[in-house]
Design a protein around this ligand. Structure first.
Ligand code: TNX
Length: 523
């Protein structure tokens, strides 16, 4: 009795719940509105919570997109609640998804929760989808399980008004060093969606493997895709596989950014076609982890015929705006050759209707108008190199920030971390979160900062559990840097919100690193 009273008092003290209407008193207060990751732009708690029950329906207006988001939400909630949760265009008590004009932008939303229901309003379907992720985090972690759980399914009362700080919030998966199946990529996409990440960059080619079918150069995938780090069997995506990844990502409002890394990091291609080599001799496949030893042959016309074919076929598979052409660590290409290569290749991206992204070494050549450069330097990268990037930004090149000693998910957390590398340093959770993309590169105009991206290089990463361990808990922090207003940035507050995510990861089967910096709940 004392315990029941205690918890009722707690609930009443939280101002979140009125006793009376529901027969069985809930055992716990609903998750506070202020616990969402990434932190919303604005949160106003108050009023009674909404309780999802057997009779809850999900109401939508007529649009196909709103219905799609509603079906996604229903699929998420049905297994654990055991409720039917019909999606309906009829007026009904419960959850409502509305597309309406308002100050929401392309991805923002408002979530209103009270005794009679939860309404998510957005100007575009992506906003509804992100609002659904917020609703998801307001529900108990057990909602993520795939078998019926007891509930109760309370959503705290109040209003969340939210929109992202940056339009580009990315995660990269290197499927070249180790190959990951379509199912594995989908699993990662689902994890990204929970934190409102909207760009999935796939590193589709490197020295160790070529992972995408190209009809006009079939040996790239068939032979160049047959290896990986450590000598495994590798693999590649057929065009149908790749379309399925793109479709699935789109259903989670993620845009896929395909990368073909050039002119370095190309051993898999050079091994597949002798004619691409300056000396006409194909090297063997490579299964080690060195970088910087390969280069396409800049002086041969066939190189540009090859790149044109690859870009044409990849662009045709890509509804997204971007095509990433790599350009990092071209240590076996002279600077003059590098510039010549980039001058010839960037227009090919435009020819097939796409926008160039390159690693920030592209700023040492002539980035075309509209190109984005992805910065992967460190705090102590040389002033000259930073100045080159800043100068490009001042001249109109957009920047995606992926500082390696902050957001490279393949960096070890500590010396004892079993997986990962440490060339950029050890990156604990606080270090990964505690920087501001808005003032990271002094002198870069704020309009040049398009967002952030967390790359996961996979030299040491093989399984889903490996991905989970390196991405969690750092990935949600990068997502927050991309989404949340700078004013919400506060490690001490963030670590509490982050800790509250752990039961959700447990329910989802995500195997995370229990950093001692974070006040995790007891298991
Ligand atoms: C640097 S970052 C690389 C990759 C490696 C990574 C390992 C970048 C553009 N190039 O080739 O996989 O380090 O951390």
């Amino acid at each position: 009795m004392a315990r029941v009273l205690g918890s009722l008092l707690l609930v009443a003290a939280a101002g979140a719940f009125t006793v009376g209407a529901t027969p069985a008193a809930p055992r716990a207060a609903p998750n506070p509105l202020a616990r969402i990751v990434p932190a919303p732009a604005s949160v106003t708690p108050g009023g009674s919570p909404y309780r999802i029950t057997r009779s809850t329906a999900i109401g939508v207006d007529g649009s196909r997109e709103a219905r799609g988001v509603a079906e996604y939400l229903a699929d998420l909630l049905r297994p654990s609640t055991g409720y039917r949760l019909p999606v309906t265009t009829q007026r009904h008590e419960g959850i409502r998804l509305r597309l309406a004009d308002g100050p929401f932008g392309a991805e923002g939303y408002r979530l209103d929760s009270g005794r009679d229901g939860v309404t998510i309003t957005a100007a575009a379907p992506a906003g509804l989808f992100h609002g659904v992720q917020t609703l998801r985090q307001l529900l108990p972690a057990a909602v993520e399980k795939d078998s019926v759980q007891p509930g109760p399914w309370l959503v705290a009362g109040g209003t969340v008004t939210d929109r992202p700080r940056y339009a580009y919030r990315g995660a990269m998966l290197d499927v070249s060093r180790h190959f990951f199946t379509v199912a594995q990529v989908k699993r990662y996409i689902d994890q990204l969606a929970l934190y409102k990440i909207n760009e999935l960059h796939l590193h589709l080619s490197d020295d160790q493997g070529w992972r995408i079918a190209v009809d006009s150069w079939p040996r790239l995938a068939a032979y160049g895709g047959s290896a990986q780090v450590g000598g495994g069997t590798g693999g590649h995506y057929t065009k149908a596989d790749y379309r399925e990844i793109v479709r699935y990502a789109a259903s989670r409002y993620l845009e896929v950014v395909p990368e073909i890394d050039m002119p370095g990091h190309t051993n898999a291609a050079l091994a597949s076609y002798a004619g691409l080599n300056c000396d006409g001799t194909a090297p063997p496949l490579y299964t080690g982890t060195d970088v910087g030893f390969s280069s396409l042959c800049v002086s041969k016309q066939v190189t540009y015929d090859f790149v044109d074919d690859v870009i044409r076929e990849l662009a045709a598979l890509t509804p997204g705006r971007y095509l990433h052409i790599g350009g990092d660590e071209a240590h076996s290409t002279s600077h003059a050759d590098y510039v010549t290569f980039m001058d010839r290749v960037q227009p090919l991206v435009a020819k097939y209707g796409k926008t160039v992204i390159g690693w920030h070494q592209l700023t040492g050549a002539h980035p075309v108008k509209g190109a984005l450069a992805q910065y992967w330097g460190l705090d102590d990268t040389s002033a000259d190199e930073k100045a080159q990037v800043v100068k490009a930004a001042q001249n109109g090149t957009g920047l995606i920030l992926s500082p390696a000693d902050r957001v490279y998910l393949d960096m070890k957390y500590t010396e004892d971390t079993p997986l990962g590398q440490d060339w950029a340093g050890l990156v604990e959770v606080k270090r990964s979160y505690d920087w501001d993309p808005g003032n990271y590169l002094a002198g870069a105009p704020s309009s040049s900062i398009r967002g952030v991206e967390a790359p996961l290089w996979t030299e040491t990463i093989v399984t889903n559990a490996d991905i989970d361990y390196m991405a969690f808990p750092r990935l949600p922090g990068v997502a927050e840097l991309g989404w949340s207003p700078a004013a919400t940035h506060d490690w001490n507050a963030y670590k509490v919100r982050l800790a509250a995510q752990a039961p959700r990861w447990d329910a989802l089967g995500i195997d995370y690193y229990r950093s001692p910096q974070v006040p995790w709940p007891a298991k």
